[in-house]
Design a binder for this molecule. Structure first.
Ligand SMILES: Cc1cc2nc3c(=O)[nH]c(=O)nc-3n(C[C@H](O)[C@H](O)[C@H](O)COP(=O)(O)OP(=O)(O)OC[C@H]3O[C@@H](n4cnc5c(N)ncnc54)[C@H](O)[C@@H]3O)c2cc1C
Length: 394
């Protein structure tokens, strides 16, 4: 017999946000259909670096800090839960983050970050040259000890032990597998979904000849969400922000130690335990153009290879680009669309969507079920947008 609590739920957009929501709602016994026009998680969610920044739940005051902190806690929990359910290890580890600043502007920015972390109770250690050298030593190759040259150029170095990472491609694979085993109807390469509206309410999702009707609808289509929800008469100004990454394979990258994320000004290296190292990322406002460009990749490679001797000797594997979904005020759109109680949106996480995916899924599921919320979603309400703000971003 059908569970009386079962709600037919249609989710449009199968990036990390849509997949996480499908997983959370399926665990709560909703009957979920997830529609994706291309392959699941193949856009920004695959392209991202998988850095999970430090947070602190006990001192979190602003709802954004709460969402971040809850997301961090959930990542630890989901990594284990997904491994038990699917056998897929998503590579979650508390690897720590090294932050170095070399120019005056970078020092000023890092002092600001240190102040914020300390005021939020997030552990931060100031490093001297020798300690910075030790943290960077894994980047030295035998004959090519570039780190010796880099360290004297460092004006300020910090160690943030709770910075974490996961392999977002592995996490996406685990979410897809978990959704399959929980009975989610997964439709990838479904085609471009369109919202059917009557009297201001969503009455179905059409894809070509097919129509999907639910008790409730979630729109999680990244930077394409603005266009997707237009038939509802809702304005959600969004901006795609391109990021490019270069990938290296390093033979003999020291294993057995927790290779840290290295943040050098606005650039970062993310070493994976399988010997791959990501060098990222650019921040470019070029519309929906998701191609890599020779000049930006070269710039990334020059920086990465100047930082660590091992990268000069490593194999450059490939580069890629993704489009981060940005909003006009830096906060995501999380909440109900209109007042029917049947249409919801979750998008606009910009540089933090991989991190915030877990907290977003739980918060939206709680909202749709009318449960008490652990995060105050009011600052993220899609209804906060005024006509003036729409014209500001466009
Ligand atoms: C280079 C780079 C580095 C990043 N690094 C990090 C990081 O280290 N940590 C972090 O937390 N975040 C990071 N991010 C940000 C993060 O990747 C994004 O915030 C997140 O992936 C957004 O997920 P999403 O599901 O909202 O969007 P997407 O991944 O874009 O998914 C949206 C999906 O909706 C589908 N879709 C769109 N329109 C329709 C339609 N009409 N019908 C059906 N389907 C549709 C699309 O095909 C797409 O698959 C990075 C991003 C980039 C580009």
């Amino acid at each position: 017999m059908e569970n009386p609590k079962t709600k037919r739920t249609v989710i449009v957009g199968g990036g990390i946000i849509g997949l996480s929501l499908a997983y959370e709602l399926a665990k709560r016994k909703h009957a979920v259909v997830l529609l994706e026009q291309e392959g699941f998680g193949e856009k920004a969610s695959w392209a991202g670096a998988g850095i999970l920044p430090p947070t602190c739940r006990t001192t979190a005051i602003h709802p954004m800090e709460c969402l971040e902190a809850i997301s961090s806690e959930l990542h630890e929990h989901w990594a284990e839960e997904l491994k038990d359910l699917t056998g897929i290890d998503n590579g979650f580890r508390k690897c720590g983050g090294l932050y170095i600043a070399r120019s005056a502007g970078e020092v000023a920015a890092l002092i600001g970050m240190q102040f914020e972390w300390e005021s939020r109770g997030i552990p931060v250690e100031e490093l001297n040259f020798q300690e910075a050298h030790q943290r960077l030593a894994f980047l030295n190759s035998g004959e090519n000890a570039l780190v010796d040259e880099i360290v004297p150029t460092i004006s300020k170095a910090l160690w943030v032990p709770s910075e974490s990472q996961f392999s977002n491609p592995a996490h996406i694979a685990a979410l897809i597998s978990a959704c399959q085993s929980l009975g989610v109807m997964l439709h990838e390469h479904a085609g471009k979904c369109q919202v059917q509206v009557e009297n201001g309410s969503v009455v179905g999702i059409s894809v070509g000849e097919d129509k999907y009707i639910g008790d409730q609808y979630f729109f999680t289509a990244g930077p394409w969400t603005e266009k997707l929800v237009q038939p509802l008469g809702v304005a959600l100004p969004m901006q795609p922000v391109r990021g490019q990454i270069a990938l290296y394979k390093v033979d003999g990258l020291t294993s057995g130690i927790d290779l840290p994320v290295v943040n050098d000004g606005t650039r970062y290296l993310v070493p994976r335990v399988d010997g791959h190292v990501l060098a990222g990322a650019t921040i470019e406002e070029v519309g929906f153009d998701c191609q890599t460009t020779a000049s930006e990749v070269e710039e990334l490679r020059n920086w990465a290879e100047s930082l660590g001797g091992i990268l000069g000797d490593a194999t450059f594997v490939r580069s890629w680009a993704g489009l981060r979904p940005a909003t006009y005020d830096g906060f995501p759109y999380l909440g109900e669309l209109g007042h029917s109680g049947t249409a919801f949106v979750a998008t606009g996480h910009f540089k933090g969507g991989l991190h915030l995916s877990t907290g977003t899924a739980v918060a939206l599921a709680d909202l749709a079920e009318g449960k008490q919320l652990t995060v105050d979603l009011r600052p993220f309400s899609p209804a906060r947008v005024t006509c003036h703000q729409v014209s500001e971003i466009k």
